[in-house]
Ligand binder design. Structure first.
Ligand code: BES
Ligand code: MN
Ligand code: MN
Length: 462
């Protein structure tokens, strides 16, 4: 029977080229200008799933972008793995900060990726990682080594909140029935430090608007005499954290689970260099909630961050003006048990309450989702752990991530199955940023590790 390494070396060029072709299509879900390209990408995924050996592949229409569904059922008595991924990408801008055009993928060597990395929007998040699963399936079907049933569900709206997928999951519980969900849309600690993501943060995303006088005013004639919406907005935002960087919204921490000292000590064992972290970001100090380490601040603790702020005059030169309105977009990353809709309400009530006389405040909720944690004693985690041990030569470390994939909590609620997050990206891969990339080594490591997950999951489930 052919081994995965020999299959990869026989098909290496093609495996790379097929991914590069996919990366050439700008499937930006946020911007309607890319609509045709998003749909074109869905069709390309459909074709690749058929070629990889799925028996039934459909492009399922939704109110938004289609969901590509494919399956290969070999025996109803065997377990079923459901693979989830997304074919949409974040907008590429600011374009001038890219060293090469975002939709003209190139492979370049970097310090961390001496074997080369693919530079393109979506290379790591999530086309490259999703495509590892398609190629792993191809290997298993073409060499008769698929040990169980497999279903694929690849969506095109992850980067804009997975709205259509929520409805699709609720309407297709039967069809999506599975024993474990497998996703590669997260990261790992370092090339030589494999890790499995055991937690994701939830999210509440809001936009705020502060209105003062009914028109923009001369800042000399009116300055000092009326509330300036930008001054007020920044003051309100600043008050959302206290001197210890705790969030001041009443009730915000009520549901937050404090980890035991033992759990925190376990977390602290993960290799981490504060110096390297600061150097990579060109900062002279880290910053955050008092009483917690950097890794705790960005995973097990909730946060509040302004993502954008605007108002008044920002053009060339100076204009003396007091703007009538000021705006900000604010995201709150949440931890398991914090309910995102409840947090959105608490934010709204607090923000309206702290507004001084002289301005009016509007809070507009955008999207959100619940956080997720998964135990390490499940069959799925154990199977993944064994797979990594085989391909990396060491046991992977469980790690809670700071990012969000809101649909994962919904999967558990609706489909009653656990999700295993086998991510092969690195934090330095610059997802959502200019010059996003994905290591060629990581791509093939993923393709090599995934079939072993299927094998161990089937064995351990028997
Ligand atoms: N793949 C990311 C999430 C991620 C990345 C989790 C790295 C863990 C490690 C996903 O595509 C994403 O960007 N999610 C958004 C939320 C979504 C609702 C827009 C996020 O985390 O900001
Ligand atoms: Mn993603
Ligand atoms: Mn993303």
């Amino acid at each position: 029977m052919q081994h995965i390494q020999s299959y990869i070396s026989d098909h290496k060029e093609r495996f790379l080229n097929e991914l590069l072709e996919l990366l050439k299509i700008p499937s930006v879900s946020a911007d309607p200008a890319f609509k045709d390209d998003v749909i074109k990408t869905a069709n390309a995924i459909k074709n690749s799933l058929e070629e990889a050996g799925c028996d039934r592949v459909e492009v399922c229409e939704t109110k938004g972008y289609p969901i590509v569904y494919g399956e290969k059922i070999i025996d109803k008595n065997l377990p079923t793995v459901l693979v989830y991924g997304h074919y949409d990408v974040q907008p590429a801008d600011p374009l001038d900060l890219w060293d090469s055009p975002p939709y003209e993928p190139v492979i370049k060597k970097t310090d961390i990726h001496p074997e080369g990395a693919i530079f393109a929007r979506g290379a790591c998040d999530d086309k490259g990682q999703m495509f590892m699963h398609v190629k792993a399936l191809e290997f298993m079907t073409k060499t008769n080594q698929l040990p169980c049933n497999v279903k694929f569900m690849i969506e095109g709206e992850e980067e804009v909140g997975s709205v259509s997928l929520s409805a699709f999951v609720k309407e297709n519980r039967e069809k999506l029935q599975n024993d474990v969900i497998l996703i590669s849309d997260t990261g790992m600690i370092a090339q030589d430090v494999p890790s499995i993501t055991t937690g994701l943060r939830g999210l509440s995303y809001v936009e705020v608007e502060v209105t003062g006088p009914n028109r923009d005013l001369h800042s000399g004639l009116y300055g000092g005499a009326v509330a300036n919406p930008i001054n007020i907005l920044t003051k309100m935002i600043a008050s959302l954290h206290d001197e210890n960087n705790h969030i001041t919204i009443p009730g915000f921490y009520d549901k937050v689970e404090e980890l035991s000292e033992a759990e925190r000590a376990e977390m602290a064992k993960a290799p981490f260099s504060l110096e390297a972290y600061k150097n990579a970001l060109d900062i002279d100090a880290v910053y955050g909630e008092k009483g917690y380490t950097t890794n705790e601040r960005n995973s097990i603790r909730p946060t509040l961050d302004v993502n954008g702020i605007w108002g008044g005059y920002t053009g060339e030169g100076a204009k003396t003006v007091i703007a009538s309105k000021a705006f900000a977009k604010i995201s709150m990353r949440l931890v398991p048990h914090q309910d995102w809709e409840n947090i959105t309400e608490l934010f709204q009530m607090h923000f309206e309450r702290i507004a001084p006389k002289g301005v009016r405040v509007k809070v507009k909720p955008h999207h959100g989702g619940q956080g997720y944690v998964t135990p390490i004693d499940s069959v799925g985690y154990q199977a993944a752990s064994k797979a990594y041990e085989d391909t990396f030569g060491k046991k992977p470390i469980p790690q809670r991530s700071g990012g969000s994939i809101p649909i994962v909590a919904l999967f558990e609620e609706e489909l009653k199955s656990k999700t295993i997050l086998m991510g092969f990206g690195l934090n330095s891969d610059a997802i959502h940023s200019p010059n996003e990339h994905f290591g060629v080594w990581n791509y093939f490591k993923g393709i090599e590790t995934i079939p072993l997950f299927y094998k161990y999951f089937t064995e351990l489930s028997a």
